[in-house]
Design a protein around this ligand. Sequence first.
Ligand SMILES: [Zn+2]
Length: 145
Amino acid sequence: MKVNLRCPFCLTLNRLDLEAAGRPVCGKCSKPILVDRPVRVEGEDFQKLIADAEVPVLVDFYADWCGPCKMMAPLLDEIAGERSGRLLVVKLDTDRSPEIARAFGIQGIPTLILFRDGKPVSRQTGAVPRPAIEAMLDDARTPTA
Ligand SMILES: [Zn+2]
């Protein structure tokens, strides 16, 4: 289960195996890349990540000034930890990557979009409780026609 992620230390783009033994590390600088918590991704890296991720990717479209986004943050931290290796949780700052927010028609934040095989399969807008997020993740296991 591989994903493309940029090392936060040396900025090398890595293709990481989430199921590799131990913690995924950067191929260049060998520092750990933490995937058991939400990962911040911007711009082109986001497109590369979504296009080639072998696990579902839950994207939190948020902004630093957004109160409801802050309320949801601990929930996303928990989900990222619990589903580590099977799901990647990504935070996308809509102020830093407005072109991506536009491309996915983000009208309000927070918006959560679940991507599978490069495509958005489910979305929720507004601060939603944990069961709603879990339902979104679990429903998406069954492909819909
Ligand atoms: Zn590195």
